[in-house]
Design a protein around this ligand. Structure first.
Ligand code: F0G
Length: 374
């Protein structure tokens, strides 16, 4: 049975704007089409008149934005006849690579930093049957090794150095412009390896008909060149964790450290593209501390019902600070990419809390406990 209105993932949705052909075997888990959720309680609480939306990409099939790029990278690998893919990862890329490889009948090799990825992400890679190589080193070491090994073994790299990844990730911007009917004034985003900010900038640029230098794959054939969706592009703001903030330091960081393990990265691969996105848009990079990240993660969960992982709270965290200081002015329309789901890393979310009360299995005890909280 086929139903033409059945959503079939972002390659089918944006087929005419992506570097695919009839010969590309589409490997999809119906990723994309994620909710753009308006924040209602937090802006009121801080007394601002900004309009603020969260693009909750944690609602993708494997729980993070990586699925957008992975459907493209694995489909193109399948088109080439690849039997195996490889990536370095702080957890989410490995989960997505493992799932899409399973779907495509390929082997996924994933290099993860020893002891530094949360159990939820590791469980995904294992469940989907990836070969998990835990390296005695960090993400940046893994990235170097992946690039080296791809020259020596028949494996396709599916990190964002693979340009098809950014092509998939640009669709987040398309969806936002379609949902709002215009581009936002500001787009705020966490920055780790710097692929996603670069992908969004390609997407926003194409949506308004700019033929960007960074879009090397569309060869000027993107339909938005003829029929733009909008006339403006947002100011791009990239936030990093203070212990892993190479864009703030102006050079790679040797020993990146942050509890937002997804962005524990010192040597971002898409450095030039990310820097160009921020400069061309008139935006900026800034950093947030681990404590600010945890506070914002908790704020989003407890005030808005949005449970994200620590790295994902970074966009909202930085945006709120810049709204409070007036750097992002009142009246602005702001979107924040929230990149991964909170269920990925439950340990960090409840650490240091005393969340559970044990009561007797009797009406009196349960009633007492309820009334104490009202
Ligand atoms: N947020 C989350 C939840 C991530 O997993 C990542 C990157 C980022 C933000 C940063 O995005 O790298 O495009 O700047 N995670 C990669 C991984 C590195 O291996 O899963 P970026």
């Amino acid at each position: 049975m086929s139903n033409s209105s059945h959503y079939q993932g972002l390659i089918e949705r944006y087929r005419d704007r992506l570097p695919v052909t009839d010969k590309t075997p589409v490997v999809s888990l119906n990723e994309g089409d994620t909710p753009l959720i308006k924040l209602v309680n937090i802006p009121e609480q801080i007394g601002t008149s900004v309009e603020m939306y969260v693009k909750f990409d944690g609602q993708n099939p494997t729980g993070s934005f990586k699925d957008r790029g992975m459907t493209m990278a694995v489909s193109k690998a399948a088109e080439k006849g690849a039997k195996a893919i490889v990536c370095a990862s702080t957890g989410n890329t490995s989960a997505a690579a493992a799932a899409y490889a399973a779907r495509a009948g390929m082997t996924a090799f994933v290099l993860i930093p020893e002891g530094k990825i949360p159990m939820g992400k590791l469980a995904q890679a294992i469940a989907h049957g990836a070969v998990v190589l835990q390296i005695r080193g960090n993400f940046d070491d893994g990235m170097r090794l992946v690039k080296e090994v791809a020259g020596e073994a028949p494996v396709e790299i599916v990190n964002s150095v693979n340009p098809y990844r950014l092509q998939g990730q640009k669709t987040g911007a398309f969806e936002i412009v379609e949902a709002l009917g215009r581009a936002p004034d500001y787009h705020c985003i966490p920055v780790g390896n710097a692929g996603n900010i670069s992908g969004y900038w390609i997407g926003y640029s194409e949506a308004c008909g700019h033929n960007t230098a960074s879009c090397t794959l569309c060869n000027g054939e993107c339909p938005y060149l003829e029929n733009p969706l909008t006339t403006t592009r947002p100011i791009m703001v990239g936030y990093q964790a203070s212990g892993a903030a190479p864009f703030l330091r102006g050079h790679p960081v040797e020993q990146p450290e942050t509890l937002a393990t997804a962005i524990r990265i010192g040597n971002p691969q898409s450095w030039n593209l990310a820097k160009a996105a921020v400069e061309e848009s008139g935006g900026w990079f800034d950093e947030v501390t681990d404590q600010e990240i945890l506070d914002t993660q908790s704020l989003l969960a407890s005030k808005e019902g949005i449970f994200c992982e620590p790295a994902s709270a970074v966009s909202v965290c930085g945006a709120l600070r810049d709204i409070r200081s007036g750097k992002i002015p009142d009246g602005s329309l702001i979107t924040c990419t929230v990149t991964g789901h909170g269920l990925k890393d439950t340990a960090t979310a409840i650490e240091g809390r005393d969340p559970v009360q044990t009561v007797d299995a009797e009406l009196a005890s349960v009633k007492d406990a309820i009334l104490r909280h009202l």
